[in-house]
Write a protein that binds this ligand. Structure first.
Ligand code: RIB
Ligand code: CA
Length: 311
């Protein structure tokens, strides 16, 4: 029985690896890919999503453009991490597959309305603007969503964009607040766990050793992507943030976390976008999120390399 998912994304090299992991995994049925402004502006994220699908030989995947800016705040992008194109590291041909007509939010609403209760898992890999907009415009879709498995936030690892906030949540804190207060079951992959799946020379060479165009592209992207984190953190590699979302769907036992209350700071400029995680249960606020903290990194890279090797 395949699992129906919709990937919401702002590609970004790590988004690209997550999308490829999903497309290389027969357990998952990708109903569509919805693009949002984030790492780079919407015209680029919606182009990059198609570049990735064509690299995987999947021109059949429906790709939609969504929100071009956050609900309230000005758009903040991350070319300093992902490069001007958002997929720097390798030159790939411009996509020939078209964007689907219609807005990503309409696709989310129409698709979810047509599905049975609990039939679809949403996999946001960027700012939550599309997801929040869909929930605001059509609250009736919430019961159709089995769970939302997202990359975002940070607690023990603290922020990567401000001292308090991780990028995806920082870009659109108001959207994150809507999602975290929605009552829909959440599985959160914060920096606390994504910073434990760092690339290493051996791991990148394993991608390259696949000897396929996809393996070469993934190795080139991770080579490019890691320079920023290595300079900033002095680490030996870069965190492959977004693939943690898809790996969880395939092998949840790779991850460990706690079901706790997580709320979003939306009032203070100092801590705007912070995911305030009640890790020690000091409040009686509702437990709304499975907040991950540990991962079997070796198992993660084995899964990733094996699945990407199928493309
Ligand atoms: O903070 C990491 C997140 O921000 C990842 O999703 C990365 O792609 C960027 O969107
Ligand atoms: Ca992303």
């Amino acid at each position: 029985m395949t699992r129906k998912i919709i990937i919401d994304t702002d590609p970004g090299q790590d988004d690209a690896v997550a999308i490829l992991l999903a497309l290389g995994s027969p357990e998952l049925e990708v109903l569509g890919i919805t693009c949002v402004a984030g790492n780079v502006p919407l015209p680029l994220t919606s182009k990059n999503a198609r570049v990735i699908c064509e690299l995987a030989g999947r021109r059949d995947v429906k790709v939609f453009a969504g929100c071009e800016k956050p609900l309230q705040r000005p758009l903040v992008t991350a070319e300093y991490v992902h490069g001007k194109t958002g997929l720097d590291g390798i030159e790939l041909p411009a996509p020939t597959m078209p964007l689907q007509d219609g807005h990503a939010v309409d696709f989310l609403i129409e698709t979810l309305r047509a599905e049975a209760p609990g039939a679809v898992t949403l996999c946001p890999l960027g700012p939550l603007t599309n997801i929040a907009t869909a929930l605001q415009r059509a609250p009736d879709i919430a019961p159709k969503i089995a769970e939302i498995v997202l990359m975002g936030g940070a607690y023990f690892e603290v922020g990567n964009t401000t001292p308090a906030a991780e990028f995806n949540i920082h870009v659109d804190p108001q959207a994150a607040e809507i999602v975290f207060k929605s009552g829909i079951p959440l599985v959160v992959m914060p920096l606390d766990v994504t910073h434990k799946v760092l690339t290493t020379r051996a791991r990148v060479e394993a991608f390259r050793a696949l000897g396929t165009p996809v393996g070469h592209a993934v190795a080139s992207w991770t080579d490019f992507f890691e320079r920023f984190d290595m300079a900033k953190y002095g680490s030996q590699g870069a965190p492959l943030h977004d693939p943690c979302v898809i790996a969880y769907l395939l092998r949840p036992e790779l991850f460990e976390g706690r079901h706790i209350n997580v709320e979003i700071e939306t009032q203070s400029e100092l801590t705007m976008g912070m995911t305030v995680a009640d890790w020690w249960g000091v409040t009686d606020r509702p437990r709304n999120a499975m907040f991950m903290g540990k991962v079997d990194a070796e198992g993660f890279y084995q899964l990733l390399t094996e699945r990407i090797g199928r493309l």
